[in-house]
Design a protein around this ligand. Sequence first.
Ligand SMILES: [Fe+2]
Ligand SMILES: [Fe+2]
Length: 256
Amino acid sequence: MNEHAKPLSLSERADELEERMMHELGERIAVKSTLFNIADGKVEMANGPALKSANPDKYFLMGADPRLPKMPEKPTLIDFFNNRFASLNHLLQSATHALKGGHSEKVVLACLLHDIGVASFIRADHGYWGAQMIEPYVDEEVSWAVRTHQALRFFPDPSVGYEYPEMYIKYFGADYKPEPYIVAEYERAKNHKYYMTSRMICVNDIYSFDPNAKVDLNDFVDIIGRNFRQPEEGLGFDNSPSAHMWRTLMWPTRFL
Ligand SMILES: [Fe+2]
Ligand SMILES: [Fe+2]
């Protein structure tokens, strides 16, 4: 008989739910935050007391997750690139394109960082998330450009040969229209003094990813060194307004 044919009891369902939201890591239990469950279409959170009583001998994870690459005590931006960003190819290709085009170091850095929201954190509103992460450490021109590329990418600018990306028609359908807050952001940005910096992100945003293109993070170490104020205490431990974001990225499964 198929055991799944019989409906689960309430407590079996609760057990199954808790199982889905945790990982046993030896003596520790890593728990998924609500956001991870929401991304699976379930508005659910782990029940601490229930999990603890089902695992009386174990403690919840309150530090590094052993499944993830180890981070140094005082992590740098480069450490996050190497250990927490899921893909570097697009960022490096865009920055390489900007470098070859003879753009300023601010534009090159903006291209290098423009999608770190996607690479590390979350896709939705990634320009805003990415800008917030870097804001304390870069010139305001760079963070402004990263934030605003979120909106500008949906609007053409013939003066620099930027068209609405063909890829977006394939991805979102021909009738997709950006939400009003994106349109409003674009309207505000149009006459801003840093407009062109952000627009250059769009121009150098390489939409046709070439997995064989030769790109190297080492080509940008000097530009990062000159333009990203790496905190001595390590990213995440410098008490900046975005330090918690870097810490969360470092320890995404801490119970609290
Ligand atoms: Fe982007
Ligand atoms: Fe991009």
